[in-house]
Ligand binder design. Structure first.
Ligand SMILES: Cc1cc2nc3c(=O)[nH]c(=O)nc-3n(C[C@H](O)[C@H](O)[C@H](O)COP(=O)(O)OP(=O)(O)OC[C@H]3O[C@@H](n4cnc5c(N)ncnc54)[C@H](O)[C@@H]3O)c2cc1C
Length: 431
């Protein structure tokens, strides 16, 4: 019997999933498939593993959750291992697949994979959808090649009439957030990220209706330690356990039931940054991986292994940077403030090739997202669209501004256990 297949990749959810809804309405049996592609086991051009344990576990948990959601709708999820195009071809034959639906992913490798899957399945009806933007690119008031060169004009343009479609409904009634799970989100350290839509929804609920931490997000979002300083939704967005639209409409409901303020608005503001970088990637494609980025500015391509190792292992002697880099290796996460400082230090203080840093982040971040990662790195390095020659942070001043008491530095650098904040950030402490 003919089968319709939904190919899952970085969209590990059953709510707001257009390909899945389309498959369910195809009037033939539906199966779902996820391929553990072997390219993720390989090293990138800088010799770093493309993916590490944090992200791997998160994917595993997300897949288990997805499997049980799909089961409730009577759809089996099959896992394949190896080359996606070859495995999908075998799978299609085995299950008499006649229709294949999936969300597209903008990315050089991802597009190549999509192309070879299509090539290997010439007789199958294949359709792809865009599902990882807040604003669907087709709804923008300008063509992609006229995307504003900087974020603010982009934001102002889209905010004139913010058009966010409602999230597509779930296919089954599993959608209650997993609020009784053992994660007590308010106090969970970042290493406690657990994958899956249920946990993601619980986190979203906790940050909003649960603790109302969203009410002060604008003031706390630069915090370095507390779990509720920011939403901690990035891994759920990056693997697609939640879609940006699901978050947006949840925030809107919160605003209606409680109240809207600068902080609730700021969550949406950040989601627009995410959209902006996705559009930049759609527009410029593989240019975002080049040393001279989008504006062609020639900057350092130095790849000194000793300096790089100091940075990557958290041994530069700059406490804020070292704490951040150690946190990354221990948990797979780092706050936005620390990401900015760590990136700036690699580019502007160590004068190293920014792509080394971006590739290291790619390797370790649990929430790695090509557009956000490379977009932010280009921005800090000064090779994005922005006419400014980069963003150099004074990491000592930033340490004092954001970690005056030294709690964050001491948390990750045991050598500083007996030092006070002003000593840590005096520029005179050696460890
Ligand atoms: C050098 C560098 C590399 C980065 N790499 C990544 C990455 O690989 N993946 C990733 O998701 N984010 C990346 N970011 C953006 C940002 O640091 C993280 O999204 C954020 O720290 C995640 O924590 P949160 O979910 O609590 O964010 P919140 O502050 O709660 O923000 C809510 C959501 O908005 C989005 N967002 C927030 N800030 C940004 C931003 N500057 N750019 C794009 N989207 C944003 C994220 O999806 C985030 O989950 C990077 C930033 C820098 C400076």
């Amino acid at each position: 019997m003919s089968t319709t297949v939904v190919w899952f990749r970085t969209d590990l959810r059953t709510i707001d999933h257009e390909p899945l809804l389309k498959a369910v309405s195809s009037r033939q049996p539906v199966r779902a498939v996820y391929c553990h592609e072997q390219r993720f086991q390989l090293k990138n051009e800088f010799g770093f593993l493309k993916q590490r344990k944090f992200r791997e576990s998160f994917i595993r948990e997300s897949l288990d959750d997805l499997k049980s959601q799909l089961q409730e709708a009577g759809i089996p999820l099959d896992e394949l291992f190896g080359d996606a195009a070859d495995e999908m071809a075998k799978y299609a034959k085995l299950h008499h697949v006649t229709k294949l639906y999936y969300h597209d992913i903008e990315g050089t490798e991802e597009r190549a994979v999509e192309k070879s899957v299509r090539h290997n399945l010439p007789t199958i009806e294949i359709e792809s959808f865009i599902g990882d933007h807040l604003i669907h690119p087709d709804d923008l008031s300008f063509p992609l090649n006229e995307l504003p060169k900087t974020f603010t004009p982009f934001r102002k343009e889209v905010e004139k009439q913010l058009l966010v479609h409602p999230a597509y409904p779930a296919i089954a009634h599993f959608t209650k957030p997993d609020t009784h799970s053992k994660n007590n989100w308010s106090h969970e350290p970042p290493s406690g990220f657990r994958g899956g839509t249920r946990v993601g929804l619980a986190r979203l609920h906790d940050f909003t209706f649960g603790t109302r931490a969203i009410d002060s997000y604008k003031e706390t979002r630069n915090g370095l330690i507390a779990w509720n300083d920011s939403t901690k939704l990035s891994p759920y967005l990056s693997l697609g356990c939640l879609s940006p639209r699901m978050i947006y409409w949840h925030v809107k409901r919160y605003e209606k039931e409680y109240s809207a303020n600068q902080s609730t608005y700021w969550v949406v503001f950040e989601l627009l940054w995410r959209d902006y970088f996705k559009l930049v990637q759609r527009q410029h494609k593989k240019k975002i991986f080049g040393s001279t980025g989008l504006n062609g500015r020639r900057i350092s391509t130095r790849r000194d292994p000793v300096d790089f190792a100091k940075w990557a292992e958290g041994r530069t002697g700059a406490p804020l940077v070292d704490a951040a880099m150690r946190e990354l290796k221990t948990t797979g996460f780092m706050s936005n403030r620390c990401r900015q400082n760590a990136a700036s230090y690699l580019v502007h203080d160590l004068n190293l090739d920014w792509r080394l840093g971006a590739a290291w982040f790619e390797s370790w971040l649990i929430d790695y997202d090509t557009a956000s990662n490379y977009g932010n790195w280009m921005y800090v390095a000064g090779v994005g669209n922005d006419p400014r020659a980069g963003r150099k942070f004074n990491v000592t001043k930033q340490g004092l501004d954001y970690d005056r008491q030294g709690d964050y530095a001491r948390l990750w650098i045991p050598e500083l256990a007996d030092k006070a904040g002003d000593e840590i950030y005096s520029g005179l402490v050696y460890y």
